[in-house]
Design a protein around this ligand. Structure first.
Ligand SMILES: *[C@@H]1O[C@H](CO)[C@@H](O)[C@H](O)[C@H]1NC(C)=O
Ligand SMILES: *[C@@H]1O[C@H](CO)[C@@H](O)[C@H](O)[C@H]1NC(C)=O
Length: 314
């Protein structure tokens, strides 16, 4: 479909469905405004279509490259306030702009200081889909993504995303467990207040560091934001363990709608972009899979590689 024809069809759809607001906001995870068409919806989003360093990707454990120079990653632990939003496409937590102490993300592969800006929750309607990144071809029921921008070089996210080394994305896989995660509970207690697009709920005293699993092991690669405009300025860190949330919390996510109160339309679930080709990129890790079994010539990740060691049958 040509750009002009597609835009014509979309405009018609917007009129028919009564979608208001700017057209740049009008993208979805399926159909004619879905991921295959993001690059055509807006001139500034052509990387969604043409980019070759796109995210998410499938991580193949046996192709990881151990990099001894990768350091520990650090996320500031102090508590912050913000808002949880239903943006139609996703659940987003944004830090209150009035906060004067920023949460910085540093270390790992990062050579600059990144300032946390927003967190996305991707989730599926069934337990076997939901995450954007995959491990060995397996998806998780959900994925948290913490995005920050390079505060050493740029004044804000919109400026940073268009420039080199602009963004960091920290990915945490979500698995279903009995007891859940204390910090995630602070978010999930607001899910029933953001059922429709445009809803907003205040979040108080959350520690983002508490949303990370207890591991210093991660995988890292150069990719893009997984939402439009698919900016290829993103350094990704994928933590090597999931966090656990309860079945009830996942069910609460599945109650959210893409539309507003007057026209809820379909549920938000399945808001993940399909995995993109690696195109010769290297995925590095700080998991030293040689030291554990003392067989330097015969690396085996089975002890250290959490995701590989457990066969995820979902
Ligand atoms: C984060 O970095 C900024 C400087 O960019 C600094 O002012 C602030 O104190 C740092 N936050 C913490 C919690 O250390
Ligand atoms: C981001 O910073 C640029 C450059 O200072 C400015 O022009 C722009 O308005 C800012 N954008 C937002 C959303 O604050």
């Amino acid at each position: 479909m040509s750009h002009a024809v597609l835009n014509g069809v979309l405009l018609l759809l917007m009129l028919l469905t009564g979608s208001e607001g700017s057209w740049e906001q009008w993208w979805t995870y399926s159909g004619i405004s879905g991921p295959q068409f993001w690059g055509l919806l807006n001139m500034n989003w052509n990387m969604c279509d043409k980019g070759r360093r796109q995210s998410p990707i499938n991580i193949e454990p046996n192709k990881l490259v151990y990099d001894p120079h990768l350091r520990h990653v650090h996320v500031d632990k102090h508590r912050i306030d913000g808002y949880l939003y239903n943006k139609g496409q996703s659940v987003i937590f944004r830090v209150d702009p009035a906060m004067t102490t920023h949460v910085n993300i540093t270390g790992g592969p990062l050579v600059y200081k990144y300032r946390f800006e927003e967190l996305y929750v991707h989730f599926g309607e069934h337990d076997n889909v939901g995450s954007e990144h995959q491990i060995n071809g397996n998806a998780f029921p959900a994925e948290l993504q913490l995005y920050g921008f390079n505060a050493d070089l740029y004044p804000n996210m919109s400026e940073a995303q268009q420039n080199s080394n602009g963004i960091v994305g920290v990915s945490v896989m979500i698995q279903i467990g009995q007891s859940g995660n204390d910090e995630f509970r602070i978010l999930s207690s607001g899910f029933n207040k953001i059922v429709y697009r445009g809803d907003r709920s205040a979040v108080k005293h959350i520690s983002l560091a508490g949303l990370l699993p207890l591991t210093q092991h991660y995988m890292t690669y150069d990719g893009s934001t997984t939402h439009p405009g698919c900016w290829e300025t993103t350094t990704w860190l994928l933590m090597n363990k999931p966090i656990y949330i309860t079945k009830q919390e996942l069910l609460a996510l599945r109650q959210l709608y893409q539309g507003d109160r007057t026209l809820p339309k379909t549920k938000m679930a399945n808001n993940f972009r399909p995995v993109k080709a690696l195109h010769h990129r290297t995925v590095r890790t700080n998991i030293d899979f040689t030291t554990d079994n003392r067989q330097k010539d015969c690396p085996s990740m089975h002890r250290e590689m959490f995701y590989a060691a457990r066969k995820w049958k979902l």
